[in-house]
Design a protein. Sequence first.
Length: 385
Amino acid sequence: MGCVRRPRTCSLPRHTIRVRIEQLTVRITTACKPYRHLMRSVVHDPGRSGSGTGGRTVPTCPYGSAVSNLEQAPEPGAAVAYHGTTHHGAADDIPAADTAADDSAAGDGAAGGDGVERRPVGDGEARRANRRWWDADADAYQAEHGAFLGDVDWVWCPERLREADARLLGELRGRRILELGCGAAAGARWLATEGARPVALDLSAGMLRHAARAATRSGVRVPLVQADALALPFATGAFDLVATAFGAVPFVADSAAVMREVFRVLRPGGSWVFSITHPMRWIFLDDPGERGLTAVHSYFDRRPYVEQDADGVPTYVEQHRTVGDRVREIVGAGFVLRDVVEPEWPAGHEQLWGQWSPLRGRLFPGTAIFVCDRPAGALPTAGRG
């Protein structure tokens, strides 16, 4: 297993609009008007006729389902959009993952009891496991890695490649950018200081809570959105650029669907840049020392790494794809692959990060960064993806 166990809000602002969206509930603050044009399938609610919403604009279901009761209580797995400059209350008020199931998808294969194994899991299992993991681990993760990542910086990987130096994202000023799987949103805040118009999205309320705290510390605030990468609550062609450093892609069973969703929310000519654990790392033990230099696993074993409790319920899931798999996902979604960057371990960098170490980093790559472009042309049809 190769993993950077990537970080993942603030309290719910007053005066929200609640909209049932399939199995998600999106709460949109009335302060979000500058970004509301980004939300998917926007309609005008007939509140002036007495519905109680005051005629405010709300989003419809991402996949075309009808909007139901606006007063419906949030369900597990809710997606929450916050305008970071106007949130109210304490960051600690945001609820973590509910223990109820957010969908009924299940994995195949036997559940073996407390421990670790490689076995197939469904998107529902992966979503529940990873949301709860990151909610529970957020404090420890930030305590261990927060200083390395910074409050206002874009760090691509444990090799300490910074976007300020690499410039893989190109021109930033004035561009609408989505940081997918943002964790504590240090990257989105850095983008804001570069003149971009970023939105930061993550599945974990625990990580987004840290994003709100870091915004207070740094004085740089960006919109924070809690949502699933498989159902992005944004309009088609809403962004000029989507990017992530170890977010979302390694933790989703159907990562090809993530590629299609990113393609959908990008404008023609936009770019998609993401970093993941280098696929070849999966053949080694997750050990930064000499034990981690011997190949012990098949590179072609695509079953995910699964940590589970005594009842066989997954508590953490990470997915493996080969380089070829990733290329096929990218091309299959409609992108053109422009570059694959394999950062080298820099001289003088002696910090360990899980399985990343100077010993291993000087021998073989630990990170792969895929730089993709959506060709200029017509927007995708509603059926794409």
